[in-house]
Design a protein around this ligand. Structure first.
Ligand code: C2E
Ligand code: MG
Ligand code: MG
Length: 274
């Protein structure tokens, strides 16, 4: 059994690697956008861009399957560059629909962060699309930061000097040392879904970690986004605990570009839908 599962993993890896060749030219990737809301008033604040691959034979492949392979093979660098430009193009189009200053978060992988081209790629995506750099948030997971903290810190400082903001994704899962957190030039903490999952009013103590993360963010003057909110009671509790922003299936699943646009127009044209 072990051998056969190893074998099928290897085959999948090989297939994905081969599939990367020419995939960008054939426009096989697209972005979905998950809305991010301010939790107190449930207003739309922005989106997180999430990449999808429409593979010619495998169908839709989830990012958790192909991002690690793209990372290993280096394909993540051109793919990440494409994601960045595509995301900024959407943001520029949205900015023409609404006066609300929406933000857009883009995920960065390990290899992208240490690439010497990253700052140039970001600079040129901003210049080509004309977005305000303050609207762009780049997300890096805690474990990527902790891999090589000195290098990560330098890369983040360079990015931040362009006027963009930095979020720590999946915060709480990467065993980061708190002293590093204080030294990293970051603006936003995203509370990992696993902590939001634990919120349960009938279990005393279940909110201890979320409370701690929110308190930590507040004392470091960072904003907080809760990820993976699925239930109304979680949302209520997060509001009570002072969590300002959130995303999750309760409010909205990731949407294609058209649906994201329709949501923006709905907010622009009316009061916040509940
Ligand atoms: P992430 O950055 O933490 O993104 C959040 C993931 O949680 C998304 O999964 C989203 O669909 C999912 N999610 C959001 N709300 C809920 C909820 O209420 N319940 C549940 N069960 N899930 C929820 P997705 O799109 O499958 O992406 C998975 C991961 O793949 C992302 O995690 C991110 O690490 C990576 N990824 C996605 N797009 C990119 C990209 O463009 N570049 C890089 N480097 N990584 C990406
Ligand atoms: Mg993310
Ligand atoms: Mg996350």
């Amino acid at each position: 059994m072990f051998r056969s599962s190893m074998r099928s993993r290897l085959i999948e890896r090989l297939e994905l690697t081969n599939g990367f060749r020419g995939s960008l030219e054939r426009s096989e990737f697209f972005l979905d956008f998950q809305p991010i809301f301010s939790l107190g008033d449930r207003r739309l604040r922005g989106f997180e861009a999430l990449v999808r691959w429409q593979h010619p034979t495998r169908g839709l492949v989830a990012p958790l399957r192909f991002i690690p392979v793209a990372e290993e093979t280096g394909f993540i660098v051109p793919l990440g560059r494409w994601v960045l430009v595509e995301a900024c193009e959407h943001l520029a189009a949205w900015s023409r629909l609404t006066r609300a200053p929406l933000t857009l978060a883009v995920n960065l992988s390990r290899r992208q962060l240490v690439s010497h081209h990253l700052a140039d790629d970001v600079r040129s995506a901003i210049a080509i699309t004309g977005i305000g750099p303050g609207q762009l948030v780049l997300e890096v997971t805690e474990s990527v930061l902790m891999d090589d903290p000195e290098r990560a810190s330098a890369a983040l400082s360079e990015l931040r000097s362009l006027g963009i903001r930095i979020a720590v994704d999946d915060f709480g899962t990467g065993y980061s040392s708190l002293s590093y957190l204080q030294r990293f030039p970051v603006d936003v903490l995203k509370i990992d879904k696993s902590f939001v999952d634990q919120l349960n009013r009938s279990e005393p103590g279940s909110s201890a970690l979320v409370t701690t993360i929110i308190g930590l963010a507040r004392s470091l003057q960072l904003s907080v986004v809760a990820e993976g909110i699925e239930r109304e009671d979680q949302l209520d509790q997060l509001v009570e605990l002072g969590c300002e922003f959130g995303q999750g299936f309760l409010m909205a699943r990731p949407l294609d570009g058209q649906r994201a646009e329709a949501l923006i127009e709905a907010y622009e044209g009316s009061a916040a839908p509940s």
